[in-house]
Design a protein around this ligand. Structure first.
Ligand SMILES: [Zn+2]
Length: 535
């Protein structure tokens, strides 16, 4: 049909350039304004002029909003949720070209004229003219634009299935948009009497290794947890080092044990999680002093596939026990050599146990005030708040030192996987055959998306004791951070990610394949939705 606004390659390309130009870096003013601009764009569709209630903005946090747009066929019960995020990572790595980072057509031209400093494969892609560069082009405004085009076509052609476009902020930081969206998805389901058949995300293809040029689709997404530790030693003066114990001394043992520790590594369906690494290790003092540091902290990144938060936390605790055994042994030898009395033995304490101890000792009111005080600090993110709460409680319970307090910090992305689900398997086979027959495009399936995404929050596959370990040991839980686990369980539909091809997400060479984005991907997505509505 010729009266469609967004269905030709050149129209889609113009729409993408426009949506990319609505700069929307996570936690920026642009991210706040983006959904209203998108709403105005969708109001151009006759369908939403006639049914304005089905296009809505909803509150997330920090004055940010997410958008839902529902195409409802009068006789259809089943709904495909088309998911995307509209925030992007920052643009400072573009340097002097930063003003063009969200002007893809101009940026691509300028990069082509100034390509000497770029890697060879990027120069090749620039020369070929087959790529569009710019922040958000591949990750993931092309996915969103594709969903807009599908929604338009469905409303005009009256496709026999419901489509719910959902686009959210904050995916790149804490996924607060998606966590706020879960109850709204349940509300819409109730209000319009439908069920969710599939959560279809369109995050772009991520390379599995450097120089990887394969095209993937994903039937799940990897999970991630941040394991944190607070190290508590005993202060002394630098002139009397053996009268205390520094926290960096204790920390060095745990960090040595955690880094690249393969007891956290999982292999599922032939895929393996990356090894854990340290993301941060710092002293909690703010100024230089000759009093020795006795409080410091560390954050470790852990990926998972099948394991729950509880299982990861149990492994973390046992690794911490190994670390303190080595630490105590080394310390004992030093004391013997220097003929001094040890100040004590380092112990491992779970945050939950510290909290209970503090409540018993100081009273619930006092502990709640400590937590509320820290929550009041606007400049601190969820990680900083988690460590500061633990630190404040430990300051009041120094008789427990020397110690390592172990805890969990946001964000937590539970792993999700729909491999083996009948619908998802049918879709996977169908897409691979279609891509091969129609475009000679070889698409491979990956069971766990390695880029982390919001699909983690539309489904929860484990038992409630798996997440209670997270609730119990996350100091900001229930105040500034929560995950709607029960709602996620109720959504309970399979997940699939089919997105456009591009390279270098989060780098200044982020680029989208034009042929794939505007010729192959639209055909694959539309044919897939028709196929699903017949299944
Ligand atoms: Zn993304």
């Amino acid at each position: 049909m010729s009266n469609l606004k967004w269905n030709q390659p050149e129209k889609l390309r113009a729409l993408l350039a426009e949506v990319v130009s609505w700069k929307s870096m996570t936690l920026s003013e642009g991210e706040r304004q983006f959904p209203a601009k998108l709403q105005a764009k969708l109001q151009n569709l006759l369908y939403f002029q006639q049914l304005p209630d089905q296009l809505a903005l909803h509150e997330a946090d920090f004055r940010r909003k997410f958008l839902t747009a529902l195409y409802k066929h009068p006789n259809a019960k089943e709904t495909i949720c088309l998911m995307s995020h509209f925030d992007t990572v920052n643009t400072e790595e573009y340097g002097s070209l930063e003003p063009l980072a969200t002007q893809p057509e101009e940026l691509t031209k300028v990069l082509r004229e100034n390509q000497e400093a770029l890697p060879n494969e990027v120069q090749r892609d620039l020369e070929s003219g087959e790529y569009l560069f710019g922040r958000g082009t591949m990750d993931m405004k092309m996915g969103l634009v594709m969903h807009m085009s599908l929604l338009e076509k469905a409303t005009v052609e009256k496709w026999p299935i419901n489509l719910l476009l959902l686009t959210v902020p904050d995916e790149e930081v804490n996924s607060s948009g998606m966590r706020h969206a879960v109850p709204i998805l349940l509300e819409l389901q109730k209000k319009y009497h439908f069920s969710y058949k599939l959560f279809l995300n369109s995050e772009p293809v991520f390379t599995q290794e450097p120089m990887d040029r394969a095209h993937y689709l994903y039937t799940g997404s990897m999970g991630k947890l941040l394991a944190a530790a607070l190290f508590y030693g005993r202060e002394t003066h630098a002139g009397e080092p053996l009268s205390g114990m520094t926290s960096p001394f204790i920390a060095s043992f745990l960090t040595r044990e955690m880094e690249w520790n393969d007891s956290f590594q999982e292999t599922v369906l032939g895929e393996t999680t990356p090894l854990p690494v340290t993301l941060q290790q710092t002293d909690l003092r703010l100024l230089y002093s000759t009093q020795t540091p006795y409080r410091s902290s560390a954050l470790y990144n852990i990926f998972m596939m099948k394991r729950s938060a509880k299982e990861i936390f149990d492994i973390f605790e046992s690794v911490a026990q190994t670390a303190v055994a080595k630490c105590n042994e080394a310390y004992k030898k030093i004391c013997e050599k220097n003929n001094v009395e040890p100040i004590g033995k380092v112990q491992v304490i779970r945050y939950k146990d510290l909290l209970n101890y503090a409540i018993k000792k100081l009273g619930e009111g006092f502990v709640n005030d400590v937590i509320a005080d820290i929550q009041y600090e606007e400049g601190w993110d969820e990680r900083e708040k988690s460590l500061r709460i633990t630190d404040k409680l430990m300051l009041q319970c120094q008789e427990l030192a020397p110690a390592i307090v172990i805890l969990l910090a946001p964000p937590y992305y539970p792993a999700v996987n729909s491999t083996g689900n009948e619908l998802v398997e049918a879709c996977t086979t169908f897409i691979k055959k279609l891509a091969k027959d129609k475009f000679n495009l070889e698409m491979k399936r990956i069971h766990y998306f390695n880029g982390l995404c919001d699909l983690s929050y539309v489904n929860y596959m484990g038992m409630s004791d798996g997440w209670s370990a997270f609730e119990d040991n996350t100091p900001v839980w229930g105040d500034s951070y929560s995950i709607p686990f029960e709602g996620m369980q109720r959504l309970n539909a399979p997940v699939l990610n089919v997105g456009p091809l591009g390279y270098d997400a989060h780098k200044r060479t982020e680029r989208l394949s034009l042929k794939n984005a505007f010729e192959e991907f639209p055909v694959i997505m539309e044919t897939l939705i028709h196929k699903i509505s017949r299944l």
